[in-house]
Design a protein around this ligand. Structure first.
Ligand SMILES: NC(=O)c1ccc[n+]([C@@H]2O[C@H](COP(=O)([O-])OP(=O)(O)OC[C@H]3O[C@@H](n4cnc5c(N)ncnc54)[C@H](OP(=O)(O)O)[C@@H]3O)[C@@H](O)[C@H]2O)c1
Length: 313
């Protein structure tokens, strides 16, 4: 089978499409999925570059990719939730598993797999797992966002941001977001009540006394964000760990989120997509042969919404 693999850490040049990669096996508790499409996330090029090498060293050659949508080809012992022919989506988030989604087949834990939303195609479904579950976990579980609350979402035009805006509006919140000028119209169309062009304006000069901040950017954007919260507010960051000095100074709660994709959270996401609450925004689709270019495009920050690899021709 075909698989976009790396045999060492590095820049885009290390990605090669191996046409003779072995088809993965289906051990106990796992599902073998024929991959129709695979979503590209920043973590995929971070893994390629070796950011996670100390924490989770790869065994080379390693197949890249986590998010997938496809059709069940077979199930391992102990798996009763799925059968051959089911349309599923999910994410194998473990870079050490050896079987990634940028390939014709993936062997994935049944616990991180769910039924694919019926109203979207495989390319759209593959864009959802990590970004959708990230937004869901942050806004509903950490923040408990509800009607009338005010939230600032950083990176509103990104993969996570586009879903977070739609989810926050569905929960009844007032939504402000940061984005570049080129994306302001786009995030307003997604439902944002207020947009700050982060390259021209300081968001903390405009936004005050908010209940929540969802940070998908990190760095100084994160530290400056404490100032927009009211006492008792909450900041959830996808990149930074809580800063205890700032938490004490502003009397707020801070959470550094590690997104955990589970079947339960994916099932909630499926319901929201099928109800039309969350619409998927795919910016560009690449064939598997151009996995290298797909990663570059994501890394260069050119995408509005998601980048997806269409694996099945
Ligand atoms: N902790 C976890 O478990 C976890 C899980 C998923 C993702 N993440 C991380 O979360 C981050 C976001 O993921 P993503 O998939 O949403 O990435 P993405 O699709 O690349 O989106 C990032 C967005 O941020 C915008 N941006 C960049 N600098 C900004 C700034 N200073 N202020 C406001 N917006 C800015 C970019 O727009 P421009 O066009 O203006 O550059 C882009 O729209 C990544 O670093 C990813 O690795 C962490």
């Amino acid at each position: 089978m075909r698989a976009a693999q790396i045999s060492k850490y590095g820049g885009s040049g290390v990605v090669e499409v191996n046409k003779n990669a072995p088809k993965p096996t289906v051990p106990v508790g796992r599902v073998l999925v024929e991959v129709y499409a695979a979503g590209v996330n920043p973590v995929d090029w971070k893994i390629r570059e070796g950011y996670m090498a100390k924490m989770s060293p790869l065994q080379f050659p390693a197949t890249l990719g986590g998010d997938f949508s496809g059709i069940v080809e077979g199930v391992g012992a102990g798996v009763f939730a799925f059968k051959k022919g089911d349309e599923v989506y999910g994410r194998d988030g473990s870079p050490v598993s050896g079987s990634g989604s940028f390939a014709d087949f993936i062997s994935v834990d049944a616990k991180v797999t769910s039924r694919k939303p019926k109203n979207v195609n495989h390319v759209e479904a593959a864009a959802l797992p990590l970004t959708g579950v990230s937004a869901l976990q942050a806004l509903t579980e950490h923040m408990g966002l509800s009607k009338g609350r005010r939230i600032l979402i950083h990176g509103g035009a990104g993969g996570i941001g586009t879903i977070a805006i739609q989810l926050a509006k569905h929960l009844g919140a007032y939504v402000a977001t940061t984005a570049s000028e080129k994306d302001i119209q786009y995030i307003k169309e997604l439902g944002a009540d207020e947009a700050v062009d982060y390259k021209k304006q300081s968001f903390e000069d405009i936004i005050h006394d908010y209940d929540a901040v969802y940070d998908t950017v990190g760095g100084e954007t994160y530290t400056r964000s404490y100032r927009v919260l009211k006492k008792g507010g909450i900041i959830v960051s996808m990149l930074e760990q809580p800063n205890s000095d700032l938490m004490k100074r502003y009397v707020v709660k801070a959470v550094g989120q590690f997104t955990q994709v589970t079947s339960e959270r994916l099932t909630k996401l499926t319901e929201l997509v099928e109800k039309g609450v969350i619409k998927v925004h795919v910016d560009k689709v690449f064939p598997l042969e151009q996995a290298r270019e797909a990663l570059d495009y994501q890394q260069q920050g050119k995408a509005r919404g998601k980048v997806v690899i269409k694996v099945k021709k």
